[in-house]
Write a protein that binds this ligand. Structure first.
Ligand code: FAD
Length: 385
């Protein structure tokens, strides 16, 4: 009996996606999780397979080669992948919600026709570069600059912590085109791998999410034609905030999936492990942990699907996606921590899955805005009223 999944009412479409992705994750991801983790291997061919299943363009309309589904199905797919491997969930989320969605939301018809079919099919992996070494939470103070020269922009600077910074064939990059401190002084460009002056820098050696590639993007007199700009000059930062509003729903889903995976493993182990001649699940100290973990995961799931529902309805999700991301990510860390505790000494070893969930979960409170920044976003909305 599958006790671990706490279901919100699911549509037929969600059920189909959940079954398909669960089956895929069991066959093609679970057997390799620890090998990819230890080698920090980003499994590119897996993402091509995922493209064939429609998972690399879930929100992209069919006319551009995507699957054309809603945020409900998208969130469902990320949860199912992340239950097995958070790295794969993170990479899918970054590809779909950041790079692809930025082009979908703000690209012109020529840009959409050129890039969306390649990204949605998984032929190309997408990257999205906002963060810089000296400006993370304070992204608006970025220093990477694009200087206009006729029909071209000359870009200089470095973006860091970029998911798919080495492997991504195309990157949406936000750079300064105006004055420092002006939120309308930044613009977004689509830059293809192979453009002279654009290269990958250092790949990070990370605590968790090790099968999701994270690297620098380096621009050294990189010439980009003005036709590669997304929207108008000066719109890039405002576009990014909108992209992140949707992206945070996917990090909330990633958090739910990791928490669920950690919980499933801990529940099973608690029934199998005997101490004092009894399964440890019979001790209230353990069963109450399980009760708290399950309750918090369900609350995370509800906040995540609520934000997804509002997004589907075309409503603003600025506060709701930040709430879902804040809550679900903190819960993922707490649940993974308790899972390690339930596994005892074995939880501290790489022979059992708890330690990896624990390492992976921590990214969720940092990526796409830290928990502190989510509180800033939420409180700003509350105080506007
Ligand atoms: C695995 C991974 C993948 C990533 N992928 C991408 C990607 O694809 N694209 C991309 O652009 N970026 C990416 N990032 C970057 C990520 O979004 C940033 O790391 C994050 O926004 C935090 O920035 P920072 O690391 O510079 O921390 P800092 O901004 O230096 O923050 C340090 C600490 O100060 C706190 N802090 C900062 N400002 C405030 C404030 N005003 N009030 C209270 N506390 C504050 C923060 O909460 C944090 O605790 C990724 C990061 C990681 C680790």
């Amino acid at each position: 009996m599958e006790q671990a999944t706490i279901e919100v009412v699911q549509s037929e479409g969600q059920k189909m996606i959940a079954d398909m992705v669960r089956d895929f994750a069991e066959k093609f991801i679970r057997p390799h999780v620890m090998r990819w983790d230890e080698a920090q291997e980003f499994p590119v061919t897996l993402f091509q397979q995922m493209g064939k299943l429609g998972l690399m363009g879930v929100l992209v309309p069919e006319v551009y080669g995507g699957t054309g589904l809603s945020y409900h199905e998208y969130v469902t797919a990320i949860i199912e992948l992340s239950r097995v491997d958070g790295s794969i969930g993170l990479s899918m989320a970054a590809h779909n919600s950041l790079c692809t969605n930025h082009i979908l939301q703000f690209g012109n018809e020529t840009q959409k026709q050129r890039y969306l079919p390649e990204l949605a099919s998984g032929n190309w992996i997408g990257a999205w570069g906002l963060t810089e070494p000296n400006t993370g939470s304070d992204a608006g103070n970025m220093r990477t600059v694009a200087r206009r020269e006729g029909d071209y922009y000359i870009i200089n600077g470095t973006k860091n912590f970029i998911t798919h910074g080495k492997t991504g064939q195309v990157a949406v990059v936000i750079v300064r085109t105006g004055e420092a401190g002006d939120s309308h002084g930044m613009s977004a460009f689509i830059i293809e791998r192979g453009t002279p002056g654009f290269s990958a820098g250092k790949k990070e050696n990370k605590l968790g999410m090790r099968a999701s590639e994270t690297a620098e993007l380096v621009f050294s007199d990189c010439r980009v034609h003005k036709s590669q700009m997304l929207g108008k000059e000066g719109d890039g930062f405002v576009q990014s905030l909108k992209v992140l509003d949707g992206g945070r729903i996917s990090i909330a889903a990633l958090s739910v999936g990791i928490a669920q995976g950690a919980f499933d493993a801990a529940l099973k182990y608690s029934k199998e492990r005997h101490q004092f001649n009894k399964p440890i699940s019979t001790f209230q100290g353990i069963s109450f942990k399980l009760a708290d973990m399950a309750t918090r995961i369900e609350a995370s799931r509800l906040l995540t699907f609520r934000a997804a529902e509002l997004k589907n309805l075309g409503k603003s999700v600025n506060k709701e996606s930040a709430m879902a991301k804040l809550f679900a990510s903190e819960v993922a860390v707490e649940v993974a921590n308790e899972a390690v505790q339930i596994f005892g000494g074995y939880g501290y070893t790489k022979d059992f899955p708890a330690e990896k969930f624990y390492r992976d979960a921590k990214l969720c409170t940092i990526g796409e805005g830290t928990s502190e920044i989510q509180k800033l976003v939420i409180s700003r909305v509350l105080l506007q009223k």
